[in-house]
Design a protein around this ligand. Structure first.
Ligand code: FER
Length: 278
């Protein structure tokens, strides 16, 4: 009887322990997105850069980490928004600056600069009118050129930035998640870290998604693909996960239970992704 009791206690302990460690790997601890008093805070600054792609100056935001020193070199994460957003979407709805300030205070993230661009590369890049229109959706593809030819060179000549593929990350939500996969895998010489949070149907398929498998295999340090299990776009993540497996591209695939296509989920993923990079 006694040994039965001990066995039962052990089994319960094992089950609850297992559930606990699983949860903490998947769902961020409460308070991760709440501003804390008494910790150092980073700075958010709006910048403008000349775009040869669009033919005008374009606006982006930058988050500088707490204790940023302009004479030191930092790696850079480019963080992209969704179809209804612009260069302020993450800041207004996801508050990455709060999540990152908290992670810095807990010493859980490497010092990095985060650039928040506008991923709709067209003359009027506001999320207005028919945001699903052909021209508007095409502008999310055109942003590849703006990013590679205009924005990244501007950032790298304006700020002290660590060189090398291992010091550049690209991540985004939904349309920005599709862009991160499309552009990141098209430029494996330039991005070693890719994060895709509930990628949208703009995500390419087949050889179009993975044009340089050998360079990708050599350079990629992390491909982080995830989706909430309640998201209508799950099929895009599933098909991408299957394709990457078929091609032998190592990646993390997270399916987050009871989560939808929204900032509660995207913030959660940012919390985990940023701790894994650089
Ligand atoms: C679509 C469904 C969703 C699509 C784009 C999205 C281009 C993007 C959603 C988002 O960014 O939140 O069919 O086609």
């Amino acid at each position: 009887m006694k040994s039965l009791k001990i066995t039962a206690v052990l089994v319960i302990a094992l089950i609850s322990n297992f559930a606990f460690s699983q949860d903490s790997d998947i769902i961020a601890p409460s308070g991760f997105d709440k501003p804390q008093e008494g910790i150092s805070k980073g700075d958010v600054k709006e910048i403008s850069y000349p775009s040869t792609t669009v033919g005008k100056d374009r606006v982006a935001n930058i988050y500088f980490p707490p204790g940023y020193v302009a004479t030191q070199e930092y790696p850079v994460l480019y963080l992209l928004h969704g179809i209804g957003g612009d260069e302020r979407e993450w800041l207004d709805q996801g508050h990455p600056e709060v999540i990152l300030d908290n992670l810095y205070a807990a010493n859980k993230v490497k010092p990095m600069i985060v650039v928040l661009p506008n991923g709709r590369a067209m003359e009027n890049d506001r999320a207005e009118g028919n945001i699903f229109g052909e021209e508007q959706v095409k502008a999310f593809a055109t942003f590849e050129k703006d990013l590679m030819v205009d924005l990244i060179p501007f950032i790298e000549k304006t700020y002290k930035v660590k060189s090398g593929v291992e010091n550049r990350a690209l991540a985004g939500l939904s349309m920005g998640g599709g862009q991160s996969l499309n552009f990141g895998l098209n430029h494996p010489e330039d991005f070693a870290w890719i994060g895709s949070f509930s990628p949208a149907p703009n995500t390419k398929q087949g050889e179009g998604l993975l044009p340089k498998p050998e360079v990708t295999k050599a350079n990629l340090k992390l491909l982080f693909l995830s989706c909430g299990d309640q998201d209508n776009l799950m099929n895009v993540s599933n098909r991408t996960h299957d394709f990457l497996n078929d091609q032998g591209i190592e990646h993390i695939y997270r399916v987050i239970p009871n989560h939808h296509h929204n900032f509660e989920y995207w913030k959660n993923e940012l919390y985990y992704f940023t701790q894994l990079i650089f």
